[in-house]
Design a protein around this ligand. Structure first.
Ligand code: ZN
Length: 308
């Protein structure tokens, strides 16, 4: 019934072999859809904000809406900065009341990444905020984050990084990617790397970015009503459920929210061309996001009835 850090959430998720869903938020309908889904399933949830979303909605609006969501629903949730690009953005998020931040120093050389991440950890911990960082590089595009190809996480380096920076969770690269076009051939994740990291860092929470399943039905609805998303493909639910039963405690899903929202709005516009009341199409989008989150909790995360 509160805004919390991810510490207790991850501890219980690790021990219980499930994961917490982290959904990207940009506006009121997305927040309500996600939180209503979590409430229905009695699941904890992480609402995360990219630096693009911070610019779009502004930290004050986002924090006030998240506070309202907690008041109304009583859901336990963490408010997390996704891909914090620099110390200034991390400080802004912490000053705005976020309980968790990601610092993404992946553009720097390893030693510089360690030093910069450590600086963020010291600052965040002194404010009671937890820190996620990332090692390895995910392919794909999402907001300001993009890369041409995968660089898988090196498990030995992961141990060194965690030990020297004092981070609270680590995002690793095992073949997931940002965006709606994750695979051109057969989906494949490097579970051997995940298992090796888990063996070397027992009990330490691992995060999967770029882990949307890209529901073919949502893609088909988008395309049927004027969209152009041919070839979109995500991570199969069974692979994500397997990861969440291992050391993965947080699964990031942004693309799936975007697709659910866009599919609903396109469908309303396509089937009811006379509609111009925003509540009609945004309300449909909110309902569809809630249904998506409930399905994720059941099929991917295993976090139903795990409120703190
Ligand atoms: Zn990411």
């Amino acid at each position: 019934m509160a805004l919390v850090t991810t510490k207790e959430m991850f501890k219980k998720a690790y021990e219980g072999n499930y994961a917490i869903g982290a959904f990207n938020i940009n506006n009121m309908e997305i927040i309500q859809g996600v939180v209503n889904g979590a409430k229905k399933k009695k699941s904890p949830v992480i609402l995360q904000v990219s630096s693009g979303a911070l610019k779009y909605a502004g930290p004050k609006y986002l924090k006030a809406m998240v506070d309202a969501a907690i008041d109304v629903t009583g859901v336990d949730l963490a408010l997390h900065l996704d891909h914090g690009p620099d110390f200034a953005t991390v400080k802004l998020a912490i000053a705005s009341g976020f309980t968790s931040v990601m610092y993404d120093g992946s553009q720097y050389e390893y030693e510089e990444n360690v030093a910069k991440t450590k600086e963020v950890v010291d600052y965040a911990h002194s404010h009671g905020v937890v820190v996620e960082a990332e090692l390895g590089v995910l392919a794909g595009v999402e907001d300001d984050v993009h890369s041409e190809k995968h660089v898988y996480t090196d498990p030995t380096q992961a141990v060194d990084f965690v030990t020297r920076t004092g981070i609270d969770s680590l995002a690793i690269a095992i073949g997931t990617s940002h965006g709606a076009f994750k695979f051109t051939g057969e989906p494949k994740l490097r579970f051997d790397i995940l298992e090796e990291v888990q063996k070397k860092l027992p009990g330490f929470p691992i995060v999967l970015h770029g882990a949307s399943s890209v529901d073919p039905k949502s893609v088909a609805t988008c395309n049927k009503f004027g969209g152009d998303l041919g070839g979109a493909q995500g991570i199969p639910n069974e692979m994500l459920r397997k990861a969440s039963s291992l050391a993965v405690c947080k699964i990031n899903m942004d693309t799936d929210i975007r697709l659910a929202m866009t599919a609903s709005i396109r469908e309303v516009f396509g089937e009811q061309p006379k509609v111009f009341d925003p509540r009609k199409y945004l309300g449909a989008a909110r309902d569809n996001i809630q249904a998506l989150v409930e399905a994720k909790i059941d099929d991917v995360l295993g976090s139903a009835n795990k409120q703190l």
